[in-house]
Design a protein around this ligand. Sequence first.
Ligand code: TLP
Length: 347
Amino acid sequence: MPEIINLMSDTVTHPTEEMRKAMYEAEVGDDVQKMDPTINKLQELAAELVGMEDSLFVPSGTMGNLIALMCHCPAGKEIFLESASHINLLEGGGVARVAGLMPYQIKGRNHCILEPDDIRAAIRKEDVHHPTPGILSIENTHNVGGGTVHPIDYLKEYRKIADNYNLKFHMDGARVFNAAVKLGVDVKEIVKYTDSVMFCLSKGLSSPVGSMLCGTKEFIKDALKVRKMLGGGLRQAGVLAAAGIISLNQMTERLDEDHKSAYKLAEGLSEIKGITIDLSAVQTNIVFLRFDEKSDKNAVYLGNELKEKYGVLCGVRNPGLIRMVTHRQISGENIGYVLDSAKKIMG
Ligand code: TLP
């Protein structure tokens, strides 16, 4: 058995040697006093890269999304989001419990991409019975959709909707650089339609910790306060920012390798009896495998065998579903090994 091959998420990536060295040598100060030079440098770099006025380092994507919602919208307003989005399903209900927003869930089509007309249909007329529409939130790439990418034309439509109905437009761009690489555009071309974007340093970009929240100067000023309130004011956080700077300077372009290995993995797996994969959803670095859950060789079986006999970890969601995510630590050789192992197990 080779070393463990971990396809559970791109969050499992370890910092590179260069990151570790930069973290060790990082110049630091008290970031709550805005005196950490390395954090300041990262924040400037992130804002410049996405083409926004300012940015803020946050400990996690979940906190970044929550801060954005709280800064854009007072409690009681309505948030329009995709029903399988991370904010809706996987952030502990913070959208309702902490931000106090009323989720209006809209089912996306074509692998969880929101149809602009479905959003228009969801926004109700002003009426004493209705919560006031406050914010539209989009997830790009869409995780549960399979790492799917929103076409630029859709982003333009979302902006129009936001302007017409007086909504803020937030993007959960945890993997927005994957979207940019897939579309072959500068990330600015994606982000320019939004009022705010959160993206993660800690996923395919390989930093150990952290996400960035970006927006106008005024928005980030509010965000700083809310981050402190939520307990996210860090002190000598430059040790983390040092890795983040390397993520932004060196790790964005290489995401294409992860997309290629995800597609190779998906193509190979889709040829194995008992596994179904919709290849049209495999647009970036996420692959969903579907199974007949009543079969003896269902997702739980494959997941257990891969782990116990072959040292391959993947995300078994339920007896009918597995998620596999490619990243910097998954080589072409690893993909071949996973395919051979899956063939032996399912064969
Ligand atoms: N996603 C994680 C898990 O939480 C499922 C993963 O392994 O994919 N937005 C999106 C689209 C995400 O996929 C994630 C994390 C987050 C936000 C939250 O980021 P963190 O984990 O930093 O709070």
